[in-house]
Design a protein around this ligand. Structure first.
Ligand code: FAD
Ligand code: FES
Length: 506
């Protein structure tokens, strides 16, 4: 478990499923039970396939349980997509987002999932008053691509003057974990099998089949869908094309109805964004505000990120009440701004990825599920090459090179990382690196009990992990792996835990 909890976890009943206990077989093995995995499983079952879903933890225990669940335009602005990919492909992104949102709405209707799905308008506003260029450029680009947009002097009905904005009509929001709970029940009803508490350790080709090695036995399947947020099967290629960013959320109590239902995000990079969560059985709404992203594993005491969000919010929404929730999570940023959805570039025709979905996973993962379903069933899909994971990073070469340089610098931590000299310098409930010779040790002092000492060497590609004080985890600054204080993997690409070791004397 993470140290902080999202509003969704506190307000959903999530079904649990037993671990896999023996070798088994399916047409398709889907690894990961977040929105990407469960949507893919659902669509494939509807297409007549025999599907088995595995999750290392529980349903929605990954980023889908920590999202803010807006369906809104791509994080990479339409004017940027148009410059990088050209008008036709940027229009395809817009169409795919629209169709994904429609699909989610249809699934909710057909399966009668009670998850507060709401169609609503969203507004892009300037981060700094008077700097309206990005808003204007986005309006022109989105309008040209056929997106339903309107230019306004300010957000209507808003409690503060936002300045000129673009209204994007007909976006959506929902309760992500209630949606997953509904999808899981629909999967069962369609004959799908789900095993939680079962970690996939690797995928091997065996004749015409794939074998997924897991902690509960091997799964043989014709096709494997890796829907683990970041792929665990591909150790290098995909991890040079995307980067993990930590992102922060605060939920404030507000008087019911005091703030209108809308989505709001600004032109900053990273941006602040806002939505409301309402519950029939409560006389308060929760105003959810997110932002303050930074590269995962590259900041230890990041509690101030929540303070920044609080200050931003109280300066604008002066009537918000006390804080009810604070949490953080990780997003995977693709180097060219478009998710990687489709065939695994490396080893096989029958292994598929859904990753790189940035802060747009609700829509991108649904697009990914549609693409993967079509690849497996042989149906045509016009988005396949746009989203292909094997595309070269030409469209985002500058960002790609910046990220590679940043990763290379992180290996310098083996020589220069900030470390304490002795466990006495670690407060209860905190962790720190300790150096002994050329080795770094990740040492956590629990509130009670013995020190927990781990090797600081990330089991993915060997960078030194860093302490994440608010979430009480060890985070890798290279490709975003995260580990519990016990060493277990919280987030890939790592598959193996950090090694438990003994701290040598000084
Ligand atoms: C704070 C925050 C706010 C966000 N806001 C938005 C938003 O407003 N709109 C939006 O569209 N997107 C948003 N996102 C992004 C979105 O939440 C994610 O892109 C999306 O949830 C990813 O879904 P997923 O199914 O790919 O991954 P996950 O939900 O992380 O699911 C992956 C699953 O795979 C399992 N797993 C991992 N490794 C293994 C393994 N080896 N074996 C078996 N199982 C494994 C995990 O346990 C997990 O359950 C936000 C993200 C964060 C963190
Ligand atoms: S995540 Fe790649 S080295 Fe740690």
């Amino acid at each position: 478990m993470y140290s902080t909890g999202s509003i969704w976890k506190a307000t959903a009943d999530i079904p649990d499923y037993p671990a896999l206990a023996a070798r088994t077989r399916a047409d398709v093995c889907v690894v990961g039970a977040g929105i990407a995995g469960l949507t893919t499983a659902y669509l494939l079952l509807r297409a007549g396939k025999k599907v088995l879903v595995l999750d290392a933890d529980t349903i929605g225990s990954g980023e889908t349980g920590r999202t803010t669940a807006h369906f809104f335009p791509p994080d990479e602005r339409y004017y940027q997509l148009q410059t990088k990919f050209g008008e036709e492909q940027a229009r395809m992104v817009a169409n795919s987002f629209r169709q994904a949102t429609d699909l989610v709405e249809n699934i909710i209707r057909e399966e009668q999932i009670d998850c507060s799905f709401l169609r609503l308008d969203g507004y892009l506003i300037p981060q700094v008053h008077g700097q309206n260029d990005a808003v204007e450029k986005e309006y022109v680009a989105a309008h040209r691509l056929g997106v339903d947009v309107e230019r306004l002097e300010r957000v209507p009905g808003m409690v503060y003057d936002t300045g000129p904005c673009v209204r994007f009509r007909n976006n959506a929001q929902f309760h992500p974990l209630r949606y997953l709970a509904g999808l899981a029940k629909a999967i069962e009803k369609l004959g799908g099998v789900i095993h939680c508490h079962t970690r996939a350790l690797g995928i091997d080709k065996e004749g015409a089949e794939q074998k997924v090695r897991t902690t509960g036995g091997d799964v043989h399947a014709q096709h494997v869908v890796v829907a683990t947020h970041t792929p665990f099967n591909d150790q290098v290629v995909m991890h040079t094309k995307q980067a993990g960013y930590s992102t922060y959320v605060v939920g404030f109590k507000v008087k019911k109805g005091a703030i209108p239902q809308m989505l709001l995000w600004d032109t900053g990079d990273p941006y602040y964004y806002v939505r409301l969560a309402t519950f029939d059985d409560s006389d308060e709404d929760i105003l959810i505000v997110g932002g303050q992203d930074h590269k995962t594993g590259q900041e230890t005491h990041s509690q101030h990120r929540w303070d920044e969000i609080e200050m931003w919010t109280r300066n604008r929404f002066v009537h918000v009440g006390e804080i009810a929730y604070r949490w953080s999570g990780e997003v995977m940023e693709p180097s060219d701004g478009v998710a990687y959805l489709g065939r695994n570039p490396m080893d096989s025709e029958n292994v598929y990825l859904i990753t790189g979905d940035s802060g747009n996973g609700m829509t991108s993962c649904t697009v990914g599920a549609m693409i993967v379903r079509d690849l497996i069933t042989g149906a045509s899909n016009t988005w396949t090459s746009l989203y292909a994971p094997n595309r070269k990073p030409f469209h985002g070469l500058g960002d790609f090179l910046t990220e590679q340089t940043n990763v290379a610098q992180q290996y310098g931590d083996w020589l220069n990382a900030t470390a304490v000299t002795s466990p006495e310098h670690i407060a209860p409930g905190e962790g720190a690196l300790i150096r002994r010779g050329l080795q770094l040790y990740a040492v956590y002092r629990p509130e009670e009990g013995d020190l927990q000492v781990l090797s600081a060497k990330c089991t993915h590609l060997g960078c030194a992990v860093h302490w994440n004080s608010p979430e009480k985890s060890w985070d890798c600054p290279c490709h975003g792996s995260r580990f519990r204080t016990s060493g277990e993997v919280l987030h890939g690409p790592a598959v193996a835990p950090l090694a438990i070791v003994t701290l040598p004397r000084e």
